[in-house]
Design a protein around this ligand. Structure first.
Ligand SMILES: *Cc1c(COP(=O)(O)O)cnc(C)c1O
Length: 431
């Protein structure tokens, strides 16, 4: 078995262990950690594994380099990945197109996979007697997945910052639900203010004793578990030809995880990076243009990213030629997103959220090029998280699953603060 070390995308410093990479979140030179070597998949994985948790128990130890035993890793994956991952064939006229529903976790987005697994890994990798505080700025799905994922981990506290009044009402209820070990702050400002506060907090000597860490997708600990649902789809699909994976993308963490899985041996004909009007990556793929633009707001708001942080990782994992061969980029406007939701509903009666609809439209445009290859569209969120957009597209609100009803009626707890470090620091210090 190879032992994987992790190096910074910016080339600084010696390789570190998986534990160091996970607990630090970001490399000292400001780069992101990437594996120096790729761990190959276990032989017969797809024939022998019995569930996604089992896939994780067999695959993750290779990437963790002996930091946890096989049994400990199995405990983590079985505890974290305890919900369904259906692979749904859409049927005619979407023959050979499957939707991989990644929204059956507690907060109804694919971010539950990475957040829940990473929380349990970090809790076990943290040396005894040490405590960690995860500080996250969120505009949507990340915050609730991280809060849920880390809640109740004995040695880790969570602090969430979100812009008051700037997230959807469902998202807000999910963020402020009271959870053990989690404190939520409603910042009187924008998402950018929240991100700036996080940076200032990390740099502040006054807050050093809190030992702050991050749980955004800059942390490699989120990406490693995200490989597992690609592998699970491969196992369950038992495809007779390598599939195309279509990934609704923003920060490119999800796509990077799929590419890591492919580099480690998972068959794939290619990937589609499906973006909304925030078109940085498709522009890079088609024109080699690397200029960043301000993000714009869309219906698929979890993909409203002007500067995708994981691009830095993709650049290191693949040279531009290989990237263009493997990945097709596509952009979908808001109007086209609504049309896509309507089309899929009219054709096969399937209700999708706006992010998945971006993916389905990208697939519709490119399907001919894929020949007979099966296509797996990653469905990143439950439609019930976006009732307004579903209503606008289809004329009715989506059915609400019981996990969400429970969250929406849970006790809430949030503190409103000014968008400055003083206010935040005061709350964090007196506890
Ligand atoms: C976060 C998110 C995305 C984008 O994923 P990246 O890994 O940032 O590319 C897409 N859809 C939903 C619903 C999300 O929450």
């Amino acid at each position: 078995m190879t032992t994987v070390g992790y190096v910074s995308t910016r080339g600084g410093g010696a390789p570190v262990s998986a534990a160091e990479a996970l607990l630090a979140g970001i490399a000292p030179d400001g780069g992101l950690y990437v594996p120096r070597d790729i761990a190959t998949l276990p032989e017969n994985l797809f024939r022998e594994a019995r569930s996604i948790a089992d896939v994780g128990a067999r695959v993750l130890p290779r990437w963790l380099g002996g930091a946890l035993s096989a049994d400990e890793t199995a405990d983590v994956t079985h505890d974290a990945l305890n919900f369904a991952v259906p692979l749904v064939p859409l049927g005619e006229p979407w023959e050979a197109v499957y939707v991989l529903e990644l929204f059956h976790g507690p907060t109804l987005s694919f971010k539950d996979f990475g957040a829940r697994t990473m929380a349990r890994l970090m809790s076990r990798l943290l040396p005894a007697e040490e405590r960690l505080t995860i500080l996250v700025a969120t505009s949507g799905d990340t915050g609730s997945a991280v809060a849920d994922g880390f809640a109740g981990q004995p040695n880790i506290d969570v602090v969430l910052l979100y812009p008051k009044g700037q997230v959807s009402s469902v998202q807000e209820r999910q963020l402020i639900a009271r959870r053990p070990g989690v404190r939520t702050f409603a910042v009187r400002g924008t998402f950018d203010d929240c991100q700036r506060l996080v940076k200032e907090a990390f740099a502040s000597p006054d807050l050093r004793e809190l030992r702050l860490s991050s749980a955004n997708s800059i942390n490699i600990g989120r990406l490693l578990p995200q490989m597992l649902y690609y592998l699970e789809a491969t196992r369950v699909g038992a495809f007779d030809a390598p599939p195309v994976f279509c990934v609704p993308s923003g920060n490119l963490g999800n796509l990077t995880a799929g590419i890591l899985a492919h580099l480690s041996g998972m068959p794939a004909r290619g990937f589609v990076a499906a973006h909304n009007a925030n078109d940085f990556f498709p522009r890079f793929l088609s024109e080699g243009d690397e200029s960043y633009r301000q993000s714009v707001r869309t219906y698929s708001n979890a993909m409203d990213v002007g500067v995708p942080s994981n691009f830095e990782r993709l650049r290191v994992l693949l040279d531009p030629g290989a990237m263009r061969t493997l990945v097709t980029g596509e952009c979908v406007t808001d109007d086209e997103t609504l049309q896509s939701m309507r089309r899929v509903y009219d054709e096969v009666g399937y209700v999708t959220d706006p992010h998945t609809a971006v993916g389905l439209e990208a697939v519709r445009r490119h399907r001919r090029e894929f020949g007979r290859a099966p296509v797996v569209v990653l469905s990143t969120a439950h439609p019930a998280k976006f009732p307004d957009v579903v209503e606008r597209a289809l004329g009715f609100e989506p059915a609400v699953p019981s996990t969400l009803t429970r969250l929406l009626t849970a006790e809430v707890d949030a503190i409103e603060i000014a968008p400055g470090l003083d206010d935040l620091a005061r709350h964090l210090q007196d506890r």
